[in-house]
Ligand binder design. Structure first.
Ligand code: DGI
Ligand code: FE
Ligand code: FE
Length: 187
């Protein structure tokens, strides 16, 4: 069993204050969703706590760590630096925080884009990241918060739609997985 207290201490030293606060918000929100959907609490807490462990403030540092550990990035990840921390985070969780549970590692790996056929833990982390209490208000957030606890697939769909909408409006490159998540959950 992972020692959550130890992980917390380590993250507190590595992440910026706001990122650490967000991390705790995701951890507790993930735990609440796990209670609602009969998922393993320990797994939800661990994945929530570690989901952004690769999110060092500088992208240069994230890229440097990827090179150092020979983490191969997809083309979309090279084009969109915001995506790097999810793959890097899964690597660090496994190799620096001693997590060997593949369900937790996948939830970290896919927390930014989602993916088709998400596990319950994947969905919980994907949504907790979006709806945790410290998230700044964005259109549709109150509805997605409520839906997360009433119809999780519908919540994933709305969340993916909102992300796509935002990316299209701001004309940013879109990872194929981000689109596939929406396509899969829309019906
Ligand atoms: O790490 P967080 O800030 O807590 O949240 P996150 O891991 O969901 O990352 C959010 C950012 O990632 C947000 O600015 C939207 C962006 N994002 C997600 N999918 C894509 C994307 N950005 C681009 N350009 N393309 C994507 O497909
Ligand atoms: Fe993230
Ligand atoms: Fe996050």
């Amino acid at each position: 069993m992972a020692d959550l207290e130890k992980i917390r201490e380590k993250l507190k030293n590595k992440l910026k204050k706001e990122r650490y606060q967000h991390t705790l918000g995701v951890m507790y929100t993930a735990a609440s969703l796990a209670m609602r959907y009969d998922e393993n609490l320990e797994e939800a807490l661990t994945a929530g706590l570690l989901h952004d462990c690769g999110k060092y403030s500088s992208i240069e540092k994230q890229l440097r760590l990827c090179r150092k550990h020979e983490i191969r990035l997809e083309r979309a990840e090279v084009e969109v630096p915001a995506l790097i921390h999810a793959r890097l985070g899964a690597y660090l969780a496994e190799n620096k925080y001693g997590i060997d549970n593949p369900r937790i590692l996948d939830a970290i790996r896919y927390h930014t884009t989602g993916r088709p056929h998400m596990s319950m833990l994947d969905k919980i982390i994907y949504l907790a990241d979006y709806v945790e209490p410290g998230r700044k208000m964005i259109p549709g957030l109150p509805e997605i918060r409520k839906l997360s606890f009433t119809d999780i697939d519908q919540a994933v769909c709305k969340c993916a739609a909102a992300t796509l909408n935002y990316l299209e409006k701001s004309k940013r490159p879109i990872d194929p997985l981000t689109r596939m998540t929406y396509e899969y959950y829309k019906d």
